[in-house]
Every structure is written in C-alpha cells, then in structure tokens.
Design a binder for this molecule. Structure first.
Ligand SMILES: [Zn+2]
Length: 258
C-alpha cells in the first residue's frame, strides 16, 4: 500500500493529569464519544515509555482542526499538572522523551522530509507544552538537553481541550447521512463548515461535526469590549470615579486571569 506524503509529525499531549493513568483505549473511547471514528492520534506514549498504537499510519489522523491530511500525530500521556487546569506543561518523563525520540526517528525513516512540530505550532493551543521544533533540532544535533517547559506567558491561554470533532467524508457519504451519524442537523453541519445549498462534498474532505471551540476567544473579546467600555465611562464620568475604577479593576483582573 502506498503511503501519501507526510509533511508533518505533530506532537501532542493528552491533556490529562500527571497523577492519572490514561491508556490509548481510553483516549479512543473519548474521541469516539466526540464523533471521531477512532482515536485521533497515530501513536500514543504512556508515562512509562510504552508506545501504544492508535490509528493506522495510512489513515488520516484527527489532531489539528481542519488540517489533518499529510500529518502523523504522536501524543504523550500527560500535559496537565494537578491543580492547574489552565496551563499546559511539559510533563514528559525521561522514558517518554526516550520513546518520543525513537518513535519520531522511525517515522522520519519512512518520511524523511516531514517536519517535526507541536500542535501549538499549527493552532492556538498550548499543546504539547514545549517547543517541539527547538527540542527536535537539539536532538538532531545530538545535544543532551533537559526539555525546557514552554513559557506559558508567550502562549495563547487556551489549554488543549482536545480537537474539534471531525468527519472524513467517505465515498457514498451524504450530508444527511453524516448528520445522522453524528446526531446533528444538516443545517448545523452546513453552518459549521460554511457550506452553501447545492455544494457537493467529496471523499477525503474533512468536515467539522460540532461547533468550533472558539468560545474562549469570544469570551476574551467580550471582556476586552467591556474593559474598553468601562474606560470610556471612566473618562466621561470623573465624578463617579471610584466606583467605575473598581469595576474596571475587576474586569482587568479577570482578563489577566484568563
Ligand atoms: Zn494537541
């Protein structure tokens, strides 16, 4: 079987706590519940370094919303430190680092031109909690480095809550059938994918089968609007300054906690 050209090996974390043990079968169940046909990752690396098989390598993965073709997805168990559900961290164990290096090396043997990147290099997420291209460059140079956790301040404040549910169109699929399979309406399916009446879908197209997870961005925009509004009110109403200052302050505080 010929394998299509792979442009990227994408590294992820599972966004599970380091005190949890989550195997590929569990991720598979979670992903199916979200409308994937099976686990979205091709390879999954447990905290003890065990490598578990996910999707077959010749099957398009589901790891980055809307841009999965030509990518292999490798995920390590972890990424979340107990008590911090906002920030993704580099929680790789030495065993996981060793396994990652081995697995990525094997993938590059098959596809020497593929770039090694993190999910966060392709989308607004903290996943996988570290700078993959820099790390891989150091590995290739033979440097032994302690992986540096990414600077959380430099990253979008959106933990990887998983990828959007997707459906890869197969021969014979219709919008109606896809909608029924995922328990959504045809209208929603068309809206989520920007499809117009009469537009045809083709085998291999990747359709979104749930709303996008831009809700966090919308909230941040709303908070920013409110802050601007309060700033204007403050400028207009010098006599009521204390009260407005307090309100403005709480909006700022909220924003900085995002
Ligand atoms: Zn990811």
């Amino acid at each position: 079987m010929s394998m299509s050209r792979i442009s990227h090996v994408v590294v992820h974390y599972s966004w599970t706590r380091t005190d949890q043990r989550v195997d590929a079968a569990t991720i598979d169940r979670w992903h199916r519940q979200r409308g994937f046909r099976m686990i979205g990752y091709h390879l999954y690396i447990r905290a003890d370094g065990t490598v578990e098989q996910g999707r077959p390598l010749d099957m398009v993965g589901a790891g980055v919303g809307g841009q999965n073709s030509g990518k292999w997805h490798v995920c390590y168990e972890g990424g979340q430190i107990p008590g911090d559900t906002r920030n993704g961290h580099d929680t790789r164990t030495p065993e996981q680092i060793a396994a990652l290096i081995r697995v990525i090396g094997e993938l590059l043997d098959k596809q020497p031109h593929a770039k090694v990147v993190g999910h966060r290099d392709l989308a607004a997420t903290q996943c996988p909690g570290f700078d993959v291209p820099a790390w891989w460059a150091s590995v290739e140079k033979g440097e032994t480095v302690d992986p540096k956790p990414g600077d959380p301040d430099a990253l979008p404040r959106t933990p990887d809550v998983g990828e959007d549910a997707e459906h890869v169109v197969e021969r014979g699929d219709t919008l109606w059938r896809i909608a029924a399979e995922h328990g959504v309406t045809v209208q929603n399916l068309m809206a989520w994918n920007g499809l117009k009446d009469g537009q045809t879908i083709h085998p291999g197209d990747v359709l979104r089968v749930g709303p996008s997870r831009d809700a966090g961005d919308a909230l941040a925009a709303l908070i920013s609007d409110i802050r601007d509004m309060l700033d204007r009110v403050e400028a207009d109403m010098p006599g009521d300054r204390n009260k407005v200052d307090l309100a403005a302050k709480s909006a700022h505080a909220h924003l900085s906690n995002q």
